[in-house]
Ligand binder design. Structure first.
Ligand code: G16
Ligand code: MG
Length: 217
């Protein structure tokens, strides 16, 4: 019995949301306004382009196409300076335990992330070798909540979507997994991820017996 287990990156494997936040906040400050942590929730799982559009809306700013590109590049440069400092210590609790268990059970393991920096981050935290397939912001044209990134991950694994399980922390990501016809597992709070098939606060709450159930269903 082989299932495809697809992991989102930011908020599921590592907490890079805090670095995205610092970089977007700096950019907003340059433009003369601020971003709150509550607002930041709405940027989770959202593409870089869409994030800047949303932020400009909050600040009531419009930019020329040229300036928009410049700010996107600047934000990414700033973000990459944080990423450069990352190591294995930033992997979220019990993620390696679950990845190792899935490998032991010979299951398909893929990444399904909106980030264009996904490969770099996996390498920094030394998890690159754990993934058989990587679908990220470089391979898709439609961002979550569109299911494209997860359908691509399933295709790369050569496992049909209905045999795939997605771990997601973002509202848009759970919606995307559901739209792909996959089992969605929300990592976070019941308040925000109520549309997921299962919800856990983090991987420490996920028992291997639950993984077995998913494999055998
Ligand atoms: C992540 C983050 C988003 C970020 C997006 C694009 O998605 O959650 O906040 O805007 O990637 O990242 P980048 O600017 O590195 O291309 P995910 O899908 O891994 O949660
Ligand atoms: Mg995420």
């Amino acid at each position: 019995n082989t299932k495809g287990f697809i992991f989102d990156l930011d908020g599921v494997i590592v907490d890079t949301a805090k670095y995205h936040y610092l970089s977007w906040k700096q950019l907003a400050n340059e433009l003369g306004f601020d971003i709150t942590l509550t607002q930041n929730e709405q940027l989770k799982g959202v593409s870089r382009v869409r994030s800047l559009e949303i932020i400009l809306g909050w600040g009531n700013k419009t930019l020329s196409e040229e300036a928009f590109e410049k700010y996107m590049a600047e934000k990414n440069e700033n973000y990459l300076s944080h990423i450069a400092q990352m190591d294995e210590g930033e992997i979220l609790p019990d993620v390696p335990k679950i990845l190792n268990y899935l490998q032991e059970k010979q299951q398909g393991i893929a990444l399904g992330s909106a980030s264009k920096n996904a490969r770099t981050i996996l390498q920094k935290v030394n998890l690159f070798e754990n993934f058989q397939a990587i679908a990220d912001g470089n391979n898709v044209s439609k961002a979550k909540p569109d299911p494209e990134v997860f359908l691509l991950a399933a295709k790369q694994l050569n496992i049909k979507p209905s045999d795939c399980i997605v771990f997601e922390d973002a509202v848009a990501g759970v919606t995307a997994a559901n739209a792909a016809g996959m089992i969605s597992i929300g990592i976070g709070s019941k308040e925000t991820l109520g549309h997921a098939d299962y919800i856990f606060n983090d991987f420490t709450e996920i028992q291997t017996s639950f993984i077995d159930e998913l494999i055998n269903r």
